[in-house]
Design a protein around this ligand. Structure first.
Ligand code: B12
Ligand code: SF4
Length: 498
């Protein structure tokens, strides 16, 4: 069977503005077993290539696959369904498959809206994708494919899920499908970049989080296998910047320590790693942080989320602001960059946003990333947040950049954020510390991120500067605002726009 894995085209501000066009490795993982079983697989990243629907269909026509598999995270879902509809109308024989976190929890809504979608694979798709292709090749029954949702005449069949993959070493992403690594040059240092994944899942259960329910239990592949994969990307594909897709890779101290050893033993001198980390793991590892840096970890992203301990408790975050502040300091002292995530708008109040910005001074992180509270339907806090916010925009706008509530004027708040950035990063003590203190790798990365932030913020304030200041390979010009293309679609969830 010929399978074509497709990432729908999608751009918005936020992480893409900072990190650049990084690959979606979900389809690369999902395709791995199919590839091993001898099926032919290709990969089309419409985001990285910035392809229109027409271009995407032309590429499907060129490859002539039997099955197209389209990635469906929430912000991608409308574009994913558009691809499926158009593909079916242009190539009536092609079978259409969807997968990803949104497809997993919202498959009834998706399949109800889109009769052209034939299959959904829920949860981790490695085993099921291979088995689906095998069954289609042989004309065998589909009821044994774990987690598969399929149509049996007018009925929807829901196969029992396969559960979390036990042995992650057996299922590694098919990076060999990437046709052009130069599509993935990050904006921070312009180097070739890869998203990599060592572990899956989280040991916490924050009420707003969409992730722990998806991955279920925490697991990691073996550190040696992961380090080999990194070395291969480094040597064969010239990758120098690695962004870890993990939720909490340091969850198990012994496993993490082995990973550091395995990476250090590879001697990949100029490799730079960015990863999420929980404050409590950083505090646990305070004696080990120099080895983090030695292994190449430079950018540590802490999910601080809220600056009020009361809210942290309400959302079951199991962390206090003081923990994050100490973790920030330890990371910086070890020669790495400490970045924090902050979620805005939880209480749907503007004074809370202002208060959060004031409190952030005390954290002293090198960089702060702001996200607007975005309640996903399968999260524990969905109902209470939606009762407060009222209505949700179209799925295209579920991107952490668009606020659902009416209690905050987002435009005004975003101007405040830019002012905050200027005040924060040009404060003499922070400026001096970032630019001139600490080891060279830290200073270098700090400066690169500083300039990127300045350029992005200027374009945000004065869009006419974009031709001059936005990175050349950047479809996203400014920092916070959504792409206007997506704002136009507001209010029409999945309603068949073409
Ligand atoms: C790395 C990352 C990024 C990177 C790279 C993005 C990219 N191109 O993938 C960057 C920093 C650029 C980024 C940006 C954004 N991200 Co992001 N990102 C992640 C992160 C941390 C890892 C993604 C990943 O690689 N996961 C590992 C893979 C293996 O998991 P997976 O995709 O779920 O795939 C498995 C299954 O779902 C399934 N599967 C997946 N695709 C398919 C397709 C088919 C056909 C099939 C059958 C199966 C299948 O099989 C896979 C293997 O089992 C996740 C959190 C997480 N840990 O998942 C957030 C996450 C995906 N991001 C999210 C968001 C919202 C965004 C932004 C909108 C935020 C912003 N404004 O900056 C942008 C959107 C950018 C874009 N153009 O799409 C949300 C999506 C929520 C949702 N419900 O959909 C997540 C889940 C984070 C969260 N806290 O909720 N992101
Ligand atoms: S610590 Fe992060 S990944 Fe884990 S449950 Fe909380 S928000 Fe989700």
């Amino acid at each position: 069977m010929r399978l074509m894995m497709i990432v729908p085209n999608y751009h918005c501000g936020g992480m893409e503005a900072v990190q650049g066009p990084l690959m979606n490795i979900g389809p690369l993982f999902a395709a791995s077993a199919a590839l091993k079983a001898g099926h032919q697989v290709t990969f089309l990243d419409c985001t990285a290539e910035d392809l229109s629907i027409e271009d995407c269909l032309d590429r499907i026509g060129r490859e002539s696959p039997d099955v197209i598999g389209v990635a469906a995270r929430t912000h991608l879902v409308n574009e994913a369904l558009r691809i499926v509809r158009h593909a079916r109308s242009r190539f009536p024989k092609v079978r259409t498959l969807l997968g990803g976190i949104h497809a997993t929890f919202m498959f009834r809504e998706m399949l109800g809206e889109c009769p052209e979608a034939d299959f959904v694979i829920t949860g981790e798709a490695e085993v099921a994708t291979g088995q689906l292709l095998d069954a289609l090749t042989k004309g065998a029954p589909l009821n044994g494919v774990p987690g598969l949702i399929w149509r049996d005449g007018a009925e929807l069949r829901v196969n029992p899920p396969g559960g979390p993959l036990k042995d992650l070493d057996q299922h590694r992403p098919a990076y060999e499908l990437i046709p052009n690594w130069d599509l993935y040059r990050n904006h921070i240092n312009g180097e070739r970049s890869a998203v990599v994944q060592f572990s899956r899942g989280c040991v916490q259960k924050c009420r707003y989080c969409s992730q722990w329910k998806f991955w279920d239990t925490w697991r990691a592949c073996s550190p040696e296998v992961f380090a080999d994969e990194i070395a291969l990307l480094y040597h064969e594909h010239g990758v120098r910047y690695f962004l870890m897709a993990d939720e909490s890779p340091q969850a198990e101290a012994e496993v993490w320590s082995r990973l550091l050893d395995a990476l250090i033993s590879k001697g990949l001198k100029d490799a730079v790693f960015g990863t999420c980390a929980r404050a409590k793991d950083i505090l646990r590892d305070r004696e080990l942080l120099a080895r983090y840096a030695q292994a190449g970890f430079r950018l540590m992203l802490l999910g601080a989320e809220f600056t009020a301990n009361k809210t942290l408790k309400t959302v079951n975050k199991e962390q206090r602001l003081e923990d994050t502040a100490l973790a920030v300091k330890l990371i910086q002292d070890a020669g790495m960059i400490a970045m924090v995530d902050i979620m805005l708008g939880w209480n749907n109040r503007e004074d809370e946003v202002v208060q959060t910005l004031e409190n952030l001074g005390g954290l002293s992180a090198d960089y702060v990333c702001f996200f607007w509270t975005t309640p996903y339907p399968w999260t524990d806090s969905y109902k209470e947040l939606m009762a407060e916010f009222g209505t949700a925009p179209a799925y295209d706008n579920w991107n952490f950049m668009t606020f659902f509530g009416k209690g905050v004027d987002q435009k005004r708040a975003e101007r405040e954020l830019v002012k905050f950035y200027v005040r924060y990063h040009f404060s003499p003590s922070r400026f001096f510390k970032g630019w001139f203190s600490g080891p060279l790798p830290r200073r270098k990365l700090y400066r690169q991120m500083f300039w990127l932030g300045v350029r992005r913020s200027l374009v945000q304030l004065y869009p006419w500067l974009s031709a001059l200041l936005a990175p050349k390979n950047s479809r996203v010009k400014a920092m916070h605002y959504c792409d206007p293309r997506h704002r136009w679609l507001a209010g029409s969830n999945m309603a068949g726009e073409s």
